[in-house]
Design a protein around this ligand. Structure first.
Ligand code: NDP
Length: 364
């Protein structure tokens, strides 16, 4: 995949990988990457399709707290009992050579704990977004994986969609000149969600739509501009469903300020459906709508429509990660833990700005 002006966090080299990882990679030559999915909910079910379409990965294990799911997944994927774990006995995975990587699809508040446990067990990790609740937690996860000699990726599927690769090209190559303004928003109406759903509980969700969806808006503005934001202002929106939104925000809007002078304004919401990206540059515009979901996406510039064949984002993501790990190469920077850390720094700043009503400096 083309990487233009996006030299973020590429400090890990093959030589810098600890010996344990290099040896493991040697053992894994000529085989598929064996993955254990941890938390068998909605997104794990989406990943089933990605795993089925993947060339380089195999679903080799599961981690679940629900015995009926264990039975069903074991039967569907012929997973032996020895590769089926609960959250309680998960640490025993350390002595299971059938599993190379743990893919964490648990609620947000469990991402850090299970990343640390998987790393301690010597397994590579893919952790879903948001990586954690704070930049500090992300750093702990990065450090733990580095110390254990395992690789850490965040489930940033959009980097594998050709429409987003095109957005990066248009923005970073300044095809329409300097981008001045980006609008990137994502939201889903959550009416009808049970009031006890974890997405509404601060302790396990970490926040509302910003925590669940915000990384897509933050990421797209960062990779289209190829810059890091220097400051942020933000505002919480009104609560229209007070029975549901007691602990986390229902709506939030923010503005990111970039060194070039570009501004990105975004909303994440749980009270309406929105899924769009728009960039206005000196000599034209480019946009996607839908833009940040699973697609299919529709692109347009000030000159013409652009559309690429639909890809299975999850299969492409899994295959790229597998190819890197199997070849003992460091994962691409754009899906690394370092990338997740940078996003969480911005998200923390957005919450700080909305809570304080002040412009928050992101440079220090
Ligand atoms: P679900 O609620 O559908 O699934 C989470 C699963 O985690 C549950 O089914 C359960 O599986 C397990 N679990 C363990 N402890 C708990 C707990 N205390 N409360 C609830 N569930 C628990 O969530 P999603 O699959 O929608 O989301 C999981 C993660 O994936 C989130 O971090 C989310 O942000 C991310 N995600 C990423 C997407 C992407 O496009 N990259 C899209 C959607 C979600 P079990 O019964 O097996 O124990």
């Amino acid at each position: 995949m083309e990487q233009i002006g996006w030299g973020l966090g590429a400090s890990l080299t093959l030589a810098s990988l600890p010996a344990m990882a290099r040896e493991r990679a040697g053992v894994m030559d000529n085989k598929k990457l064996n993955i254990a999915l941890c938390g068998l909910g909605r997104y794990a079910n989406v990943l089933k399709g990605g795993l089925a379409a993947s060339q380089s990965c195999r679903l080799a294990g599961i981690v679940t707290g629900t015995p009926t799911k264990a039975a069903q997944w074991q039967s569907e994927f012929r997973i032996p009992d020895k590769n089926s774990y609960t959250y309680q006995n998960f640490d025993q995975i350390v002595s299971n050579p059938d599993i190379d990587l743990v893919y964490i699809t648990l609620p947000n508040g469990l991402h850090k704990e299970f990343t640390l446990r998987a790393a301690k067990a010597g397994k590579h990790v893919i952790v879903e977004k948001p990586m954690a609740f704070t930049e500090k937690d992300c750093q702990e996860m990065i450090d733990a994986c580095r110390k254990a000699g395992v690789q850490l990726a965040v489930g940033y599927r959009l980097h594998y969609d050709p429409h987003h690769i095109e957005l990066k090209r248009l923005g970073q190559h300044k095809v329409f000149g300097q981008v001045r303004l980006i609008e990137a928003s994502l939201g889903y109406r959550l009416a009808g969600i049970p009031p006890d759903d974890w997405h509404l509980k601060k302790a396990i969700a970490g926040g509302g739509p910003l925590m669940n969806l915000g990384v897509y808006c933050v990421q797209s503005s960062r990779y289209v501009l190829g810059e890091e934001p220097v400051a942020v202002t933000a505002q919480f929106g009104p609560v229209t469903m007070p029975d549901l939104f007691k602990e986390v925000e229902e709506n939030i809007t923010w503005q990111l300020y970039f060194p070039s002078g570009a501004i990105c304004t975004s909303s994440c919401t749980s009270n309406c459906n929105v899924d769009r990206f728009y960039a206005s540059a000196d000599e034209g515009y480019f946009e996607l709508q839908p833009a940040l979901s699973y697609g299919p996406f529709k692109g347009r510039t000030s000159q013409a429509a652009f559309n690429f064949p639909v890809v299975n984002q999850q299969a492409a993501q899994l295959d790229d990660i597998a190819r890197h790990i199997l070849a003992n190469k460091p994962l691409p920077a754009h899906i690394s833990g370092e990338e997740g850390r940078k996003d969480m720094r911005v998200i923390e700043g957005i919450y700080q700005a909305a809570t304080s009503g002040q412009k928050v400096d992101l440079t220090s």
